[in-house]
Design a protein around this ligand. Structure first.
Ligand SMILES: [Fe+2]
Length: 393
């Protein structure tokens, strides 16, 4: 089959500063952006881990006067973002710093959208009001290795009324101006968080490599991200202080984030994001538990691509047919999920009674579009049921 390439674009406005010790450059990076009074969005976990103090010191040493907004929680709701935007205005801030996992970085991006455009973050749900102007100068500092929010063109916000999570973005206007990626900030992450966030990075790369909208640039970064996760996630989970493993996982998360471009992901994220609005559980755990069943379902949609994923995951595909090689990708995703101890759906609080509802809301999620294999509500029920049957009891 001849693959004809239509006109496509790829754009990233984010300067990447990365490596062990990258945090020491934060003050200079902020000054270069003209930031003097940033709103720093973070959560209590970061405060208690002592990471916030280190960051504040680096900023103050450079004469920068940050305002701390430390009320971020996992799966940030609309009201939190709107409250942060009011705080940004009342404190007369001139820039943003997102310090933490995806929730803190997404909250900072959301605050930036509302600060510039007004209204509520709900107004900017993808498909509603456009994000016409760039958010204020923002620096993202990830403390996990997974979401890739430091480089993505998206923020994920929870709507408690509709019990869903929705996307804001799809434009470089929402992206962070600078990402300071210092793998040393991730060494104290507990194994469970390391595992879940690492599986999230893998899911981003797998979904973006196989989605209908993939393009050569996103293919390249996705494959390298998959390779890194395959080789380093188990080690990062086993020994959190293994800086080599942590460094590769930080890069995997960043590369997987870049593999999105302006597009969305696929069935795995359609399921995980919609279900994440039903039960307040870690995004990465849900993504990780669902990835194997989604990959298994999707293989017939694009077996050649899953065969390449098997290679990237280090499987020996010589002497294998395309379909046999693709099956090795399924096998390896399932094996990795168990090796890093991703919790079962039952232990995350889900029950099989919810399958029809979960299938319906996944189908309604906009990320269903672009999935490599056609699917309907019945397909989602099948995938959910399979996911309930996996994992150690
Ligand atoms: Fe994700």
């Amino acid at each position: 089959m001849v693959e004809v390439s239509p006109v496509r674009t790829y754009e990233t406005p984010t300067r990447l500063v990365h490596g062990i010790g990258a945090l020491s450059t934060l003050g200079q990076e902020a000054r270069a952006l003209g930031i003097t009074r940033p709103l720093l969005a973070t959560d209590q976990g970061i405060v208690k881990a002592g990471l916030l103090d280190g960051v504040l010191n680096v900023l103050r040493d450079e004469g920068i006067d940050p305002v701390v907004f430390d009320r971020v929680k996992a799966n940030p709701p609309i009201e939190l973002v709107d409250e942060g935007a009011r705080f940004y205005a009342s404190e007369r801030c001139d820039g943003l710093i997102g310090l933490g996992g995806g929730s803190s970085m997404d909250t900072a991006k959301g605050i930036g959208v509302v600060a510039v455009h007004g209204g509520s973050i709900l107004d900017y749900e993808y498909g509603r009001a456009p994000i016409a102007r760039r958010i204020p100068p923002m620096i993202a500092i990830p403390t996990t290795a997974g979401t890739g929010s430091e480089v993505t063109l998206w923020a994920v916000i929870t709507d408690p009324d509709r019990k869903i999570k929705f996307n804001v973005g799809g434009t470089p206007n929402i992206a962070s101006w600078v990402a300071v990626i210092d793998p040393a900030l991730t060494v104290n992450l507990p194994p469970g968080v390391t595992a879940g966030t690492g599986m999230d990075a893998l899911a981003h790369a797998v979904e973006c490599f196989t989605m209908d909208y993939h393009q050569p640039f996103t293919d390249a970064v996705a494959l390298e991200a998959i390779d890194y996760v395959g080789r380093w996630l188990r080690r990062a989970v086993e020994d959190g202080h293994d800086l080599e493993a942590r460094s590769h996982m930080s890069m995997a998360a960043m590369l997987a984030g870049l593999s999105y471009g302006v597009d969305s992901a696929g069935a795995n994220h359609a399921m995980a994001q919609s279900a994440g609005g039903v039960h307040d559980v870690p995004h990465g755990d849900l993504v990780g538990r669902l990835l194997g069943p989604v990959v298994e379902f999707n293989v017939p949609g694009t077996p050649e691509r899953f065969a390449r994923i098997a290679q990237a995951l280090g499987k020996d595909t010589r002497d294998k047919t395309v379909n046999q090689a693709a099956d090795l990708a399924v096998e390896e995703v399932y094996a990795l999920t168990e090796d890093v101890n991703i919790p079962t759906l039952q232990s995350l609080g889900f029950s099989t009674d919810e399958v029809p509802m979960l299938a319906k809301i996944a189908f309604d999620d906009p990320q269903t579009v672009g999935n490599p294999r056609e699917l309907d509500v019945g397909s989602y029920e099948e995938i959910w049921k399979r996911a309930f049957d996996t994992g150690k009891p």
